[in-house]
Write a protein of this length. Structure first.
Length: 185
């Protein structure tokens, strides 16, 4: 692929002539193909570059015409000829945007383990009843959790809303202690 070629007015005129010998028909075909290319690129993940890539497709076809690499008379659908280039241009676009080297993952200390250690330390600031309630509240998952929360609320003499409020207040008391502990780790 020659890198020093650039489209000229003559290249554009040659393209229009190739599309159709009738100038108005050629202009209509150009607009139709350009609209389809723009939609193709826009719907295939190229985002705001859709018009630029459609123009790039026309540039490639013009270059092929200038260099005499398109057989005459051309048989087949000329629109499909453009889309054959568009497919490659789309791939080049993604290859260009893809980072060349994937940096190694950043080693982060096991956050879950740190949080667990801090929670175990901080839960000691709670009274025995609040500690028991918080542990029981988070003991189950999914459908079991809902029925367990109802039972827990009843056992504590609270409504479900009251239980949620109390657990919220317990979390709010634990939060500063846990954050401070995580900062020290």
């Amino acid at each position: 692929m020659k890198r020093n070629w650039s489209p000229t007015q003559e290249s554009f005129e040659r393209l229009l002539e190739w599309l159709d010998s009738n100038r108005e028909e050629a202009a209509q075909k150009y607009e139709t193909i350009r609209l389809r290319l723009t939609k193709y690129f826009g719907c295939n993940g190229c985002g705001d570059d859709d018009e630029f890539l459609a123009d790039k497709t026309f540039d490639r076809v013009m270059r092929k015409l200038d260099q005499g690499e398109v057989s005459e008379p051309f048989t087949g659908d000329k629109t499909l000829y453009f889309f054959a280039f568009a497919k490659n241009i789309r791939q080049e676009h993604f290859d260009f945007r893809r980072p060349r080297e994937i940096p190694p993952p950043v080693m982060v200390p096991d956050k879950v383990e740190d949080e667990d250690v801090c929670l175990t330390q901080c839960v000691r600031i709670l009274g025995q009843e609040d500690r028991w309630l918080a542990i029981e509240y988070y003991r189950f998952e999914k459908s079991t959790k809902i029925s367990h929360h109802r039972q827990l609320a009843e056992q504590s003499g609270l409504t479900l809303a009251g239980l949620r409020t109390r657990i919220h207040r317990v979390r709010e008391r634990l939060k500063p202690c846990i954050e401070e502990c995580l900062e020290r780790r």
